[in-house]
Design a protein around this ligand. Structure first.
Ligand code: NAD
Length: 467
């Protein structure tokens, strides 16, 4: 078994404790991972604090060159990373391979930005310049659905801006992050990035830590609320990418044959464990049955299994807790709706659930109103576009949303009134490092990616000089 270690102050060290990491496809122990103590968390933050001044003063070109090397090293080891990702997270190998490639692409693109000094006034009276300075130590807290890619949402921009970082992956998917730690240990000065792992006990300490200037968090809305509360005492900067319950509105006139594959892919990627997945499909009455039938066919054709097996298109739920939660949703779906495909747990080992399409459900049903985060898609019938829009906008969440139809004016009219951070037209789930990404309402605070995301890892310093 590989020996996994924490990265603290430039060294790969054992955890004060250890923990089992389970392969969700087999329920077997995949590896033992270190488990950091509160004292080790303090050491990691202290190392990041000490490393900060020198890293912040280094020219951005040097920081960029080092960040780019992370992508090179990851790419050189891509196959091993992808395999490990499937083993710890569950997703099909093709999706893991894509995640590793995206991770490299995100690192490279995000490292390309600059932090130019902006001249606000330059005249006989004064020179006013705006600098963007780093914040200090950043805590990066990662969920279990995209353990590697979400590190790349945060790390390159935090480092490029001159911050130092403590990364904390999810307890159930720490291995790829720890493996990345070995690359970071080789490339970066001691303390610039530290990787610690926990059993859901150190995140709260990190967010309350007086020497942490900012938390960049991706995870559930409930945890985001706790982070906001605990960050209050130190006025920490926060970027929160939280839960979603994305609606897709399929308008009258949409071609069911065309939209069904897009809806299916948007809902079932990573077994539905995607913040931006379609979690509610509102389909016009005129095409409702046909869209349900086509979605049901795609669900039956999907191949559920171990992600390492060739041909698998849907892997297991990532962990036991999520598996049990989604089973609860299945029970509810059978009670309140008409299951047109799936609806069952796959017997045997592993956290497998058949991809499930539930028709004849309504707003107010738990399966519609709550984020399932699993391979279940509720399909809701509507006959009035305004009421579908009101339903889509009716929740406290607003990460993404999509409109599907053949009338461009109507598509845009509906899209412009959807209350979400991203609205797609005739697609869902497309994002990139050059496109700012964030949620409205309780789906988040701030944005990631692009120049706007970089700005969130900085603070403005104005230098105002008399002439
Ligand atoms: P989670 O909130 O349970 O855990 C996320 C991370 O927070 C883990 O590393 C966990 O250890 C840590 N954590 C737990 N308690 C903490 C605390 N009190 N303080 C600080 N950190 C703490 O989320 P999850 O179950 O891992 O992920 C699923 C959720 O994440 C879903 O709601 C999903 O929609 C959301 N998500 C959002 C995005 C996005 O970009 N908006 C992306 C992926 C997932």
């Amino acid at each position: 078994m590989t020996d996994y270690r924490l990265l603290i102050d430039g060294r790969m060290v054992e955890g004060d404790d250890s923990m089992e990491v389970v392969n969700p496809a087999t329920e077997e122990v995949l590896a033992r991972a270190p488990r950091a103590s509160a004292a080790q968390l303090d050491q990691a933050v202290a190392a990041a604090k000490v490393a900060f001044p020198a890293w912040a003063e280094r020219p951005i070109t040097e920081r960029r060159a080092l960040i780019l090397q992370i992508a090179d090293r990851l790419e050189a080891d891509a196959e091993a990373f992808a395999r490990l990702l499937t083993q710890e997270q569950g997703k099909p190998l093709a999706e893991s391979t894509a995640e590793v490639a995206y991770t490299c692409a995100f690192i490279r693109h995000l490292a390309s930005y600059d932090l130019p000094v902006k001249v606000i006034e330059d005249n006989d009276a004064r020179l006013v310049q705006q600098y963007r300075r780093p914040l200090g130590v950043v805590g990066a807290i990662i969920p279990w659905n995209f353990p590697l890619l979400i590190v790349a949402f945060k790390l390159p921009l935090a480092l490029l801006a001159g911050n130092t970082v403590v990364v904390k992956p999810s307890p159930t998917t720490p291995l790829t992050t720890l493996r990345l730690g070995t690359i970071l240990a080789d490339l970066l000065p001691a303390g610039v990035v530290n990787v610690i792992t926990d059993q859901n006990d150190l995140g709260a300490l990190l967010t309350a830590h007086p020497d942490v200037a900012k938390i960049s968090f991706t995870g559930s809305t409930a945890t985001g609320q706790k982070i906001m509360a605990s960050a209050a005492s130190t006025i920490k900067r926060l970027t929160l990418e939280l839960g979603g319950n994305d609606a897709a509105i399929v308008l009258p006139g949409a071609d069911p044959e065309k939209v069904a594959p897009g809806l299916f892919a948007g809902a079932f990627m990573n077994a539905g464990q995607v913040c931006l997945a379609i979690k509610r499909a509102y389909v016009h009455d005129s095409i409702y049955e046909e869209v349900c039938d086509r979605l049901a066919t795609l669900a039956r054709e999907a191949v559920v299994g171990d992600g390492l097996q060739q041909g698998t298109t849907i892997g297991p739920l990532q962990n036991r807790m999520q598996f049990d939660k989604v089973k609860g949703f299945l029970d509810q779906a059978r009670r309140d709706g008409r299951v047109v495909a799936g609806g069952e747990v796959v017997e045997g080992r592993g956290y497998f659930i058949q991809p499930t399409i539930v028709a004849d459900v309504n707003d107010g049903d738990q399966i519609v109103d709550e984020e399932q985060f699993g391979p279940i898609l509720p399909v809701i019938r509507f006959d009035d576009v305004e009421s579908a829009l009101a339903s889509a906008n009716g929740l406290d969440l607003g990460l993404g949303g999509s409109v599907w139809g053949s009338d461009r004016d109507l598509n845009r009219h509906v899209a412009e009134r959807m209350e979400s951070g991203t609205v797609w037209i005739n697609k869902h789930l497309e994002f990139g490092p050059n496109i700012p990404f964030g949620g409205v309402k309780q789906s988040g605070l701030g944005v990631e990616f692009a120049e706007e995301g970089l700005a969130e890892f900085t603070q403005i310093r104005i230098v105002n000089e008399a002439r």
